[in-house]
Design a binder for this molecule. Structure first.
Ligand SMILES: Cc1cc2nc3c(=O)[nH]c(=O)nc-3n(C[C@H](O)[C@H](O)[C@H](O)COP(=O)(O)OP(=O)(O)OC[C@H]3O[C@@H](n4cnc5c(N)ncnc54)[C@H](O)[C@@H]3O)c2cc1C
Length: 256
């Protein structure tokens, strides 16, 4: 402990250079024939007794709650990065002048005054703001309150489904939009001191980390398919997907 040198049988290290997201170090820890005393286990929800028997204590669904709170944070993080990039790009577009297209023919036009530039910026701005209003964190607080006061986990499936698709959707779109924003600043957007390449670099892995987006979309699809199946079997469902209860009245589809 005094030297901090790993004990025999333990190896620690850095996983190696990454293709972005350098702000964070990712390490590894490797145990080889190394016994850890039971008193040192991080065993809030799982236990190993002195005979080596493994057991789960408490509700393992709590683990989902931790992932949810991170995914909710990522939805806001996507919007936050877009807004940051938009501030840089719109300010640049106001002072950058290109081409003598004005009728008087004396001065060049600010690039923000080109309709094409505005048409590219405005949907991104709207998208960025929408992320701040998703209010999944409100639903999360409600879920945690019900879990803590009544041991009621009913909201969990719906929230997991919502967080999964929103995490995937917002990171996928934001990543694509960040690239567009950089392009809207022309060559200067590629300069490191515009900060745009850095913002893109930091954001790049968010389509993968905390759940690969392909897998995230599947989580939501699974929940929807399960809900449709329940309704077709005569069960009434509650929550965001309640509208599916009316599915049987859509006579033109023979869903059975
Ligand atoms: C920069 C960075 C930092 C990270 N930091 C951390 C950290 O601090 N802590 C931590 O624990 N983890 C961390 N991760 C790991 C991250 O959470 C995982 O990389 C991520 O969840 C994806 O898992 P995976 O790498 O095992 O990919 P895989 O699951 O192997 O996915 C690879 C491919 O297989 C496809 N695939 C996988 N499963 C299915 C399926 N069921 N159906 C269809 N296709 C499928 C995926 O779509 C994907 O295209 C980090 C990752 C990155 C990139």
């Amino acid at each position: 402990m005094n030297t901090h040198i790993p004990l025999k049988g333990i190896e620690v290290g850095d996983i190696g250079p990454k293709g972005g997201y350098q702000a964070k170090d990712n390490g590894y820890l490797y145990f080889n024939n190394f016994s850890i005393p039971r008193c040192s286990l991080l065993n809030r929800y799982t236990k190993v007794d002195s005979d080596g028997n493994f057991s789960i204590s408490g509700n393992p669904r709590f683990a989902y709650a931790t992932m949810m709170v991170t995914r909710i944070g990522i939805i806001y993080f996507a919007s936050y990065n877009l807004v940051k990039a938009l501030v840089i790009a719109t300010r640049y577009s106001i002072q950058r002048k290109q081409f003598n297209t004005l009728e008087e023919g004396k001065s060049e036009k600010r690039i923000i005054d080109y309709q094409a530039q505005q048409a590219a910026f405005i949907p991104i701005l709207a998208f960025a703001f929408s992320g701040f209003f998703t209010n999944v964190s409100g639903l999360y607080d409600e879920m945690m309150h019900k879990i803590n006061t009544k041991n009621d986990f009913k909201l969990m499936k719906e929230l997991h489904s919502l967080c999964s698709c929103l995490k995937a959707f917002y990171t996928e779109e934001a990543f694509a939009y960040l690239k567009t924003i950089r392009e809207l600043c022309g060559g200067h957007g590629f300069l490191a001191n515009s900060n745009l390449p850095y913002i893109i670099d930091v954001f790049a892995p968010f389509v993968t980390l905390e759940g690969d987006n392909y897998v995230m979309y599947q989580q939501t699809a699974k929940h929807i398919i399960k809900s449709v199946t329940d309704v077709l079997r005569g069960k009434k469902i509650k929550g965001n997907l309640e509208y599916i209860n009316d599915i049987m009245s859509y006579n033109k589809y023979d869903l059975k």
